[in-house]
Design a protein around this ligand. Structure first.
Ligand SMILES: Nc1ncnc2c1ncn2[C@@H]1O[C@H](COP(=O)(O)OP(=O)(O)OP(=O)(O)O)[C@@H](O)[C@H]1O
Ligand SMILES: [Mg+2]
Length: 342
């Protein structure tokens, strides 16, 4: 029998995802572990290609057939039983139930989840009629209510329009309404604002946050920008080349970052009150190809603090605070210190 830590709604353990391609094997996710406490929010942060989307898609089994997944994805059902999503048959009834009414996703590009050939009403109402047993009339009232809630004006009229009649910002709002129409317990938002201009980005992010509060959702917010999650999530998980290299409470990550990669990401956030002309430094180099993983620490080629051990040792996950973990050779031995002081 699988067990989970009390208070967690989702636990991903040692998740590995490979893609078998003609050119070789893509090591997209390499032993990722994170948990989502019920009613809380976590941010998954890392540069492009670090495996954020692939990790998120694993949770709802939206990966293409070329993917090979191993590890556990434990989900606590309403009645308390635990389902290992990784073991569910692909496209079976169970995973469709979970996608339909337990875990909703918001994508970067709204048109990837909104159908161009159905009205907004038909798309929003589907889950309500299918899973929540509403009549068409009840579903209509709820759809209008949801569209108003996400800030769409003239909702009574717009509910019968097609997504192409909506502007970019409105589509993003409609997609959020669609995710909420399923009455989910978990919301996964994958770079929900990168396609929008800066003013809209802020509006959509605060809308997502309001909705999380209003519906008491547990949320995973995925982004490459550490600055975006600062005010939005309770915990942060920093990913690099398919691994979580550091995780902890948001304040702790900002005030006491341990991994050189986390520090690099923090230094690349433009500072609102920074000195004029102060340069924002980006991390030199690029994320290596996921076709062949480097030996030892995957970040070492870009790390200014690398040591000889980093060449061949895969860093262990070391506890450096009550909920703060880092995988980096620089902290070897600190776990014992933490335990001794705790
Ligand atoms: N369907 C696929 N087939 C083969 N490789 C894939 C597939 N999807 C993703 N990958 C590879 O897996 C790795 C992780 O990709 P992923 O999309 O999860 O990155 P990401 O962190 O979400 O990046 P971004 O910030 O650009 O969205 C990358 O090397 C990517 O090229
Ligand atoms: Mg992505």
């Amino acid at each position: 029998m699988d067990t989970m830590t009390e208070g967690n709604i989702l636990e991903v353990r040692d998740l590995t995802v490979r893609f078998m391609m003609n050119e070789g094997t893509v090591h997209a996710v390499n032993g990722v572990t994170f948990s989502l406490p019920e009613g809380k929010s976590i941010g998954i942060v890392g540069e492009s290609g670090c495996g954020k989307t692939v990790s998120a898609y694993s949770v709802t089994q939206l990966l293409p057939k070329t993917a090979r997944v191993s590890g556990q994805i434990l989900f606590r059902e309403k009645e308390g039983t635990i389902t290992d999503i990784a073991k569910l048959p692909v496209d079976g009834k169970e995973i469709r139930r979970i996608r339909g009414q337990e875990i909703s996703m918001i994508f970067q590009e709204p048109m990837s989840s909104l159908s161009p050939v159905h009205t907004v009403f038909n798309q929003l109402a589907e889950a309500m009629i299918l899973f929540q047993g509403m009549t068409k009339k009840q579903a209509r009232e709820r759809c209008v209510e949801l569209l108003k809630l996400v800030g769409i004006e003239n909702a009574e009229r717009r509910v019968d329009e097609y997504p192409f009649q909506f502007s970019g910002g409105m589509r993003q709002r409609a997609m959020i309404a669609m995710a909420l129409a399923r009455n989910p317990r978990i919301l996964i938002a994958d770079e929900p604002t990168t396609a929008l201009d800066v003013t809209l980005q802020a509006q959509v992010l605060s809308l997502i946050q309001e909705m999380q509060d209003e519906f008491k959702l547990s949320m995973i917010l995925i982004t490459h920008a550490l600055g975006v999650v600062a005010h939005m999530v309770d915990y942060i998980h920093i990913m690099y080349l398919g691994r979580v290299v550091e995780s902890g409470p948001t304040l702790e990550i900002f005030e006491n970052p341990k991994h050189p990669y986390t520090r690099g990401l923090l230094n690349s956030i433009p500072k609102l009150h920074g000195k004029r002309g102060q340069r924002v430094s980006s991390i030199p180099g690029a994320v290596p190809s996921a076709y062949s993983l480097p030996e030892g620490c995957v970040f070492r080629a870009r790390c200014s603090e690398r040591r000889s051990a980093c060449m061949y040792e895969i860093p262990r996950r070391i506890q450096v605070g009550s909920e703060h973990y880092v995988s980096c050779c620089l902290y070897d031995g600190e776990e014992d210190q933490y335990a001794a002081n705790a």
